[in-house]
Ligand binder design. Structure first.
Ligand code: OKP
Ligand code: ZN
Length: 347
């Protein structure tokens, strides 16, 4: 297992997110990744590698160029409004909803932040772009590793911020660049004709789904808390099956809050069967461990030992595999749980 870890992940450290009308400390913290690195080093799992520089051309074929350019310059535009802004992270406050115009791009900074986002819980900070771009580079390197002749059968993009909520032209849900989608595109570019993305994070991978919704070459599968009650609420229902060339190439497996491993694993089996039926040449696992019983913002009941079994089941696909790091907020246990998946998958 080659593990590309983001050496500048901690440049993204949001101060506060909006919750019930108040600004509260961010759940998505740099410590999360440090716990994973510690667990992997302690248990001798994987070879830790630094990423190369990000391939912006590839990133701009997954995300729109104007969104990527917005992210790259957002912080300097923010500080240009008022130098005192450097002490405050960017949070959106206005969005173009139903009935508004979607064919215009206001020049006002707050309007542009809203245009490119979907929630107010996702601060954009001074180092967000640098961290997110290096994370995308990890995803690309992991994809190129598993498709190289003589390469490992699995590789991981061990990075934060996570990616699966980021769409072609929006950030939200702690995510800015969709690392799983970028890995899938890199796999396609490297010759995999059919790629599957299996998202096992507690939250529906709305960004990933929307990026590939009309494509038949990338199957998207997500197992997640039922969006009727769980974030991101407005996508992730079972009747979303893809459109146009992508019809049939999206599978949502929503489960009720409170779901335990015995039930969760049945959904996993359904997802794995769909990937086999799709005849995928390679798979991307959007690995969130916020399905854990101790997670502070999620409501499934997986135990640490269950993640070993998850890793074994994923390995049974027998496909070149790229893992991307998504959620998991029981900070001190995130390392154990991620290491268990990778150990179950095999070194
Ligand atoms: C990102 B990932 C809790 C608010 C939670 C956003 C959750 C994003 C999860 N007070 N809001 O899928 O783990
Ligand atoms: Zn999540």
């Amino acid at each position: 297992m080659q593990i590309f870890h983001n050496p500048v992940h901690d440049k993204h450290a949001g101060r506060q997110e909006m919750f019930r009308g108040k600004l509260v400390p961010c759940h998505e913290t740099p410590a999360r990744l440090e716990y994973v690195l510690d667990a992997l080093r302690e248990r001798g799992i994987g070879n830790l590698l630094a990423p190369s520089s990000p391939d912006l051309d590839l990133i701009k074929r997954v995300h729109t160029p104007r969104y990527v350019d917005f992210l790259a310059s957002a912080w300097q535009d923010w500080v240009a409004l008022d130098p005192a802004n450097a002490d405050t992270d960017i949070l959106p406050s206005v969005w173009p909803v139903r009935g508004f115009r979607h064919d215009i791009e206001p020049t006002n900074f707050a309007a542009r932040v809203g245009l490119f986002s979907f929630d107010s819980g996702c601060p954009l900070t001074a180092g967000t772009w640098e961290a997110a771009a290096a994370g995308a580079a990890c995803a690309i390197d992991a994809a190129r590793a598993v498709t190289a002749a003589g390469g490992p059968r699995a590789a991981m993009a061990l990075t934060r911020p996570p990616g699966h909520h980021a769409g072609a032209d929006f950030f939200g849900g702690y995510c800015f660049l969709n690392n799983a989608a970028i890995a899938a595109q890199a796999l396609r570019d490297a010759g995999a004709e059919r790629v599957a993305i299996l998202d096992v994070d507690y939250h529906h991978g709305n960004g990933t789904q929307s990026i590939f919704y009309e494509r038949g070459d990338v199957l998207t599968v997500s197992i997640h808390g039922d969006p009727t009650t769980e974030y991101p609420f407005f996508l992730g229902y079972a009747d979303e099956r893809g459109e146009g060339a992508g019809r049939g190439a999206n599978l949502n497996l929503p489960l009720a809050a409170g779901t335990e491993f015995a039930t969760w694993t049945q959904a996993l089996q359904q997802g794995l069967s769909a990937i086999q039926a799709f005849n995928a040449d390679a798979v991307v696992i959007a690995l969130g461990v916020d399905t854990y019983e101790g997670d502070p913002i999620s409501k499934f009941k997986l135990k640490s030992v269950d993640y070993l079994e998850v890793g074994r089941k994923l390995a049974n696909l027998g496909l070149p595999t790229v893992f991307t790091m998504e959620g998991g907020y029981a900070v001190a246990d995130v390392g154990i749980n991620v290491a268990n998946v990778l150990e179950g998958h095999g070194r």
